[in-house]
Design a protein around this ligand. Structure first.
Ligand SMILES: C[S@@+](CC[C@H](N)C(=O)[O-])C[C@H]1O[C@@H](n2cnc3c(N)ncnc32)[C@H](O)[C@@H]1O
Length: 354
């Protein structure tokens, strides 16, 4: 999810503000992308976001009940009269978000679905109508459609565990079970970039007693490294992980538990919330949010990563070959080597000076 700064609210949030006359009673907002929305609304309630950075900002605000994603205790309590669902990128996640919305509803609650046309609101309406056939289009504004369903049918308690899926991932004859949730990166199969990264880890392991997987997603890299080490009866290094997305942190914890992997899993927007030092940092970092290519998060990561590497520590990173990371790694860490490349991806390695 892209985080927007003070300068502008996302279109979907602006469309809600234009239609705030539709809101009544206690509010629940699901999928908040900017904390600046809250102060502009007439009353308060629950604000759920999957983004660790937005969540921190919502908590600081203090007037709303903030929830970090789908398994926060805050979403298991309370009922709301108006529930706003912002359209998520993944269709499967919309289904989960609508189920959460229904679990939060009072008897006569109304549900409002808002999304941009280019994000596929027209298709999403089918999903809305499957749970609320009475839904009608209330407005088109700010490139968005606003759909409203009155007196929705409340549903039984929501449990994120009911949405968990499992798949086996195999690489270099080592197999691990990986948890998935709607909206998570590469839920159905091992990403090709991640596979290339794991193959280099088999051929040239990162020599480190403590590792960090930046942007860990479902925890596949950490679980695989430890399973690979255990299969060789080598010492198993703990692999900490960090991701900004709530579903990723939930899945990584499940993946680690199922595979008996060891490491602390953090929710953080970039490395800002972390103060550890590791002897190896591994990553298949994010580069794409929304419709345009965006490398700013990874550029920020490359600027910050040296502070978290022990002297002599290694950065191992896979990325689409067209992304301009090689000069950045050189600038911020030091000499960079290309360990592997294929038609799409390159695996880079760089060491921090001793
Ligand atoms: C390319 S995926 C890699 C996931 C996993 N490591 C794998 O290989 O399957 C990138 C991950 O970066 C996470 N991410 C995006 N922005 C982030 C940020 N600012 N800080 C930390 N993680 C972020 C996404 O949630 C996503 O899980």
């Amino acid at each position: 999810m892209q985080r927007l700064s003070h300068s502008g609210l996302p279109n979907s949030h602006q469309a809600l503000l234009k239609n705030q006359h539709l809101l009544s009673g206690r509010l629940a907002l699901l999928g908040v992308a900017s904390e600046h929305l809250l102060t502009k609304l007439p009353s308060s309630g629950l604000a759920m976001t999957e983004h660790a950075g937005v969540f921190q900002a919502l908590e600081r605000d203090g007037t709303w009940q903030a929830s970090f994603g789908y398994d926060d205790p805050a979403v298991a309590q309370g009922s709301y009269d108006s529930i706003v669902v912002f359209l998520p990128k993944a269709r499967a996640e919309l289904e989960m978000r609508l189920a959460l919305a229904r679990s939060l509803a009072t008897n006569k609650a109304q549900l409002i679905l808002i999304g941009e046309k280019k994000e596929g609101i027209a298709g999403a309406v089918k999903q809305l109508k499957a749970v609320a056939p009475q839904a009608f289009k209330a407005d088109s504004a700010r490139h968005c459609q606003v759909w409203c369903a009155e007196s929705i049918e409340p549903a039984a308690g929501f449990r994120v565990q009911d949405w968990l899926t499992w798949r086996a991932v195999e690489c270099a004859s080592v197999s691990v079970d990986i948890a998935g949730l709607p909206g998570i990166f590469s839920q159905d199969s091992l990403d090709d970039g991640t596979r290339l990264l794991l193959e280099t880890l088999e051929e040239q392991p990162v020599e480190a007693d403590s590792l960090l997987d930046f942007a860990c997603g479902s925890g596949v890299i950490g679980a695989w490294i430890q399973a690979w080490q255990a299969a060789r009866e080598a010492p198993v290094a703990s692999v900490d992980g960090v991701d900004v997305q709530s579903q990723a942190v939930i899945c990584a914890r499940e993946t680690y538990q199922r595979n008996q992997a060891v490491g602390t899993l953090y929710a953080s927007d970039g490395l800002a919330g972390l103060d550890g030092l590791w002897s190896g940092i591994i990553s298949n970092p994010p580069f794409h949010t929304g419709v345009r290519t965006d490398t700013s998060m990874t550029e920020q990561f490359l600027q910050d990563v040296k502070r978290h590497l022990k002297p002599g520590g290694e950065l191992r990173l896979v990325a689409n070959s067209f992304l301009p990371y090689e000069p950045l790694i050189k600038r911020y860490i030091g000499n960079v080597e290309r360990l592997q490349e294929n038609s799409r991806f390159t695996v880079y390695r760089a060491f921090r000076n001793k």
